[in-house]
Design a protein around this ligand. Structure first.
Ligand code: URA
Length: 198
């Protein structure tokens, strides 16, 4: 069994916070272990809780469109959430729930070692860029340790708001360039110089 699949089995059994009591099942995430890009949302909603898969409801359909527009096949990227069980009535996850769940995302990222992390919404942005404001830094790639973080608005927030929708669509259009930039740097530049490229 792959490391990610083993991790998913552990996540399915997790009882570290009370969300496992009110949800149907955990939604660990999906995608290949060698994904270059990981997308991180907030928490499963009703559809995800029913199906056990991330981003399969209306926000997921919009995310699918955004991925297609950036020439990123959904089955080539990894998609997960900050919190793996659905909060009741889709309320915001509580700080204690986020903390209890943090180890799973950390292990997923250690396993996948993505080149790019795309945060979707403020909860996942806060994990990497806690003192930033999404309105100021959305769509801007930032080098952090050995990866690049690109903060985006949450697709559910952008779906029905004309101006945000255009913004997130434009931000996704930048992803192929960010990925190509990293790959070019990896091929052409000695490791010591790579940090200065971002
Ligand atoms: N919203 C999220 O943040 N994650 C999902 O999986 C679905 C909707």
């Amino acid at each position: 069994m792959s490391l990610l699949a083993e991790l998913a089995r552990e996540i399915m059994r997790c009882q570290d916070c009370d969300l496992h009591r009110t949800s149907t099942r955990a939604v660990p995430g999906e995608g290949p272990e060698n994904a270059s890009i990981v997308f991180i949302g907030e928490a499963p909603g009703w559809n995800e809780d029913q199906q056990g898969r991330p981003f399969v409801g209306p926000a997921g359909q919009f995310l699918d469109q955004l991925l297609a527009s950036a020439n990123l096949p959904r089955d080539k990227v990894y998609i997960t959430n900050i919190v793996k069980h659905r909060p009741p009535s889709n309320r915001d996850p509580l700080p204690a729930e986020i903390k209890a769940c943090e180890r799973w995302l950390d292990r997923q990222l250690e396993t996948i070692k993505p080149k790019i992390i795309v945060t979707l919404g403020r909860y996942s942005m806060s994990k990497f860029l806690p003192s930033e404001t999404i309105g100021k830094i959305h769509g801007v790639a930032r080098k952090m340790d050995n990866m690049v973080v690109v903060p985006m608005y949450h697709p559910a927030a952008a779906l029905h708001q004309g101006s945000l929708r255009k913004t997130i669509e434009a931000d996704f259009q930048k992803l192929p360039q960010v990925l190509a930039g990293i790959e070019q740097v990896e091929v052409a530049t000695p490791a010591a110089q790579q940090l200065s490229m971002f």
